[in-house]
Ligand binder design. Structure first.
Ligand code: FAD
Ligand code: NAI
Length: 466
């Protein structure tokens, strides 16, 4: 038995490391146990950051090949994949080292090893040496998630892969088959398409990113098809085997019927992620998981055992880094006696394709299902001066405002830098702003955010530039 802490955090992903920093800032003596040497969890090591590094690099490559000419720039372009992958690794290294630096600065004890919860006040860590036991007043589980698989489609790490391996393919596959038109399928599908692979995405539902705004989803689908990506909807991958260096995938209509075989060089399975609780000792503690394998928590992120909390991908809600971070801050503040809070209705969701697809709040379908009458304003980037100057014609901003109060209840943007533009609508929703509030705010000209202002004006049918 050794040290005694106010808080032990298990997992150093965006949920865990942020919670540890906030707790330390608030004076709690904090330790963070992480299995891997590199801090930052899925997001920094094999998720958000490396995928965005490759999206940015592949976008430069694609622009150099296809967009430069229109700007009057002549260039001969060829791909140096090892350098592109090394740059991505460098970005990851800098950021994960940054987290280690923040731990040091905030005097957080970093413990490398695998944690098992012995009781509400004791955690056992198995690492390189003999297992050690740490004593604490509170425990926070932030163990995240792992890629989900499909029965009959065993991962082999080379031909049948998940997102982690799709970030490190040593060569561009001739034909890449992707199962799942969610965020991972579309983002990593885009990377390899831009680098030259023939990419086909198989999706069980009848559209891409099925939980996001259907109209914007259709626009994104068209844009991706223009880039050469192919989609097959209403189909389910049933099984896959590797034969003669290729993957043979049995695909059936989702509604049932005859199977057909698709052949590819690489099969990327991107059908979601499952919460990761293996080896934590939850069963012995009496913490039962829900039907989706998530840890149930109350409004203050406490599990069924007093003193043990959980946040991030391992609990319910969208599996997003910023959701985990907000929960990390809020749970630490709550532990320190402050009123920690997360505005779950204002969590943005972004798919970093080009054009990007960003969303916050209700979709039209959800508003209808909830009986919330809305006025909808849309504005196309085609009519935005800055987008035109950039050569970006695809996409639109769509704002949903409550028909009675004019309060903004949802925003959906497909277009250039939608990931940045959505922040304005998140803040507007957080402050309970009306569409008119946004419409009357001065936006610099010529900028992409003017499209947000015009969409807000369009809610009252008074957009100027269309
Ligand atoms: P994680 O980041 O999964 O961290 C959990 C940590 O706990 C891990 O480091 C793990 O090693 C450790 N751990 C687990 N069990 C133990 C144990 N027993 N003992 C010690 N340590 C343990 N989200 C976004 O918001 N934006 C994006 O652009 C984005 N892109 C993504 C791209 C990809 C390819 C993937 C796979 C995910 C992406 N995500 C993105 C999702 C995002 O990565 C997750 O939502 C986020 O990492 C969840 O944070 P977390 O702290 O809950 O868990
Ligand atoms: P997802 O849940 O976003 O999408 C999975 C897709 O696969 C769904 O459209 C589903 O209908 C389809 N599917 C499921 N089973 C199928 C089958 N048998 N055949 C055909 N299609 C099938 O999951 P994804 O893309 O794997 O991402 C996992 C998590 O990581 C998500 O929750 C996401 O939020 C997060 N993530 C976030 C990113 C971002 O914020 N930009 C980027 C990447 C991941």
């Amino acid at each position: 038995m050794s040290e005694s802490y106010d808080l032990i955090v298990i997992g150093a992903g965006p949920g865990g490391y942020v919670a540890a920093i906030r707790a330390a800032q608030l004076g709690l003596r904090t330790a963070c146990i992480e299995k891997y040497e590199s801090l930052g969890g899925t997001c920094l090591n094999v998720g958000c950051i490396p995928s965005k590094a490759l999206l940015d690099s592949s976008e430069h490559f694609d622009n150099a090949r296809h967009a430069f000419a229109a700007h009057g720039i002549k260039a001969e372009v060829s791909l140096d994949l090892p350098t592109m992958l090394a740059r991505k690794d460098g970005v990851v290294k800098e950021l994960t080292r940054g987290v280690a630096g923040l731990f040091k600065k905030n005097k957080i004890d970093r413990v490398q090893g695998t944690a098992r919860i012995v009781s509400a006040t004791e955690v056992e860590v198995t690492g390189e040496g003999a297992p050690q036991r740490l004593v604490t007043k509170r425990i926070l589980i932030a163990t995240g998630s792992k890629p989900a698989g499909l029965p009959g489609i065993p991962f082999d790490g080379q031909r049948i892969i998940h997102s982690t391996e799709a970030l490190t393919l040593p060569t561009v596959p001739g034909r890449l088959l992707v199962i799942g038109a969610g965020a991972i399928g579309l983002e990593l599908g885009s990377v390899w398409r831009r680098l030259g692979a023939e990419v086909t995405v198989l999706e069980y539902m009848d559209r891409i990113v099925p939980l996001m705004d259907a109209g914007c989803g259709k626009l994104l689908q068209r844009a991706l098809e223009k880039q050469g990506m192919k989609f097959r909807f209403g189909v389910a991958a049933k099984s896959a085997r590797v034969e003669g260096g290729q993957v043979h995938v049995q695909v059936a209509p989702a509604a049932g019927g005859e199977t057909a075989t698709e052949v590819a060089d690489v099969l990327l399975v991107a059908v979601g992620r499952r919460p990761y609780t293996q080896g934590l000792g939850l069963e012995a503690l009496g913490i039962a998981l829900d039907a989706k394998g998530r840890i149930p928590v109350d409004a203050h992120w406490q599990t069924s055992v007093a003193g043990i909390h959980a946040i991030g991908d391992v609990i319910a809600g969208p599996m997003l880094a910023h959701k985990a971070e907000e929960e990390g801050v809020a749970v630490a503040e709550h532990m320190a006696g402050l009123p920690g809070h997360v505005a779950y209705e204002c969590i943005p969701n972004v798919v970093y394709t080009w054009p990007e697809f960003a969303s916050v709040g209700l979709t039209e379908e959800e508003a209808k299902a909830q009986g919330c009458a809305v006025n909808v304003g849309t504005f196309p980037f085609l009519a935005n001066g800055r987008a035109k100057a950039m050569g970006e014609k695809d996409g639109q901003v769509k704002i949903l405002a409550d028909a009675q109060t004019d309060r903004i209840v949802g925003g959906h943007i497909i277009g250039p830098r939608a990931s940045d533009l959505i922040a304005e609508l998140v803040v507007a929703m957080e402050f309970g702003a009306s569409a008119e509030d946004v419409a009357r705010s001065v936006h610099a000209h010529p900028t992409l955010p003017e499209a947000v202002k015009e969409a807000a004006m369009a809610v009252a049918r008074r957009a100027i530039h269309m």
